[in-house]
Design a protein around this ligand. Structure first.
Ligand SMILES: Nc1ncnc2c1ncn2[C@@H]1O[C@H](COP(=O)(O)OP(=O)(O)OP(=O)(O)O)[C@@H](O)[C@H]1O
Length: 322
């Protein structure tokens, strides 16, 4: 569905001159600073995948998305969306993709929400009956009707995001690019948006590429994550294998019934981080040891009453990757 081959983007900005007539001298300057925003990125995204594209600020995410959607021309490399080059075959590819930027709206600020849909349907050549059918579907899934007639500028952020998502899907694209769709939203609004995205992916079979700084979005929605840092792809795979690669320890809290005894020599795979009253806390690397093996060890120390396990937070894992 999406193919990126050796994508590169270098930005050249003129060196800013100082002193008298600095603006004019900068304008005619032949000296440039170059910035390699994206360096030799390649990947394939198949139909129906839900992929998270993450990385620290300035890593090159937006630049990649702009190249994928045909807004920016790569310095070198190739992008194909469903076999088409989005830059050269702009009109055809635009019809197959939907884009949502959390920070910007594609709706008309002073018009009621429903008027924006009329304009977009016209622009994309959506037939009247398709528009009615899809809007009825989205109205139900996103509860649009309560602000149907409200001018976009008066919508709350959560309402605006729901309205924008419906707008991006009005022409029924197969591919959806989302840039921070839950930014600034409260817990409830985030949940609604995530549910809608899940429905689009699982029930409508849409292929989705999601850029976000919200790791809960990634963990809850994506079956694959790509990490970009300093313009390079540093990880591309599933979340469980990312956990394994980073290998942060799992925390196990064991409550013993009665007395227990921690032997002097224990496996180096187990680190004791606390032993107070009846509770012993250990950190274990589950890459080296299975849960059963660890529990068998802990059982030898005393009679176990209760066990609690805590996997490393996804945020902590990502912190290691960045
Ligand atoms: N038009 C441009 N001209 C010059 N440099 C640019 C331009 N657009 C982006 N850059 C630079 O390219 C690098 C990557 O920027 P990009 O916006 O792709 O990062 P990002 O990963 O989307 O960051 P964020 O998470 O902050 O949105 C940054 O150093 C940025 O300053």
């Amino acid at each position: 569905m999406i193919t990126a081959r050796h994508l590169q983007k270098e930005f050249k900005t003129p060196v800013v001159r100082e002193g008298r007539f600095s603006g004019l001298r900068t304008l005619f300057s032949r000296e440039y600073l170059s910035k390699e925003a994206v360096r030799d990125i390649s990947f394939d995204i198949g139909k129906g995948e839900f992929v998270g594209y993450i990385g620290p600020n300035g890593a090159g995410k937006s630049t990649t998305i702009k190249m994928l959607t045909g807004i920016l021309h790569p310095t070198s490399g190739e992008v194909l969306l469903g076999g088409m080059n989005p830059h050269q075959e702009r009109r055809r590819t635009v019809g197959r993709l939907g884009v949502v930027f959390g920070q910007r709206s594609q709706l008309w600020w002073d018009l009621p929400v429903k008027d924006s849909y009329d304009i977009l349907a016209e622009m994309y050549g959506v037939r009247a009956e398709d528009k009615t059918k899809r809007l009825a579907q989205f109205a139900e899934l996103l509860d649009l009707e309560s602000f149907w007639a409200t001018p976009v500028r008066k919508l709350s952020l959560g309402q605006r995001m729901r309205a924008d998502l419906a707008a991006s899907m009005l022409h029924d694209p197969e591919l959806l690019f989302l840039d921070e769709p839950t930014i600034g939203l409260d817990v409830n609004a985030k949940r609604n948006i995530r549910q809608f995205l899940r429905t689009l992916n699982e029930e409508f079979g849409k292929t989705i590429l999601l850029t976000t700084h919200d790791m809960d979005d990634i963990e809850q929605l994506c079956n694959r994550v790509m990490v970009i840092n300093h313009g390079q792809l540093t990880y591309d795979g599933s979340i469980p294998s990312l956990r394994d690669t980073i290998g942060l320890p799992t925390l196990i809290r064991v409550t013993y019934r009665g007395s227990y005894h921690i032997p002097d020599a224990i496996s180096s795979a187990i680190q004791i981080t606390g032993a107070e009253n009846q509770i012993v806390t250990v950190e274990v690397n589950r890459k080296e040891w299975s849960t059963m093996d660890i529990l068998k060890q802990l059982e030898q120390w005393g009679e176990i009453e209760d066990v609690e396990m805590k996997e490393p937070d996804f945020e902590d894992i990502i912190h290691r990757v960045y």
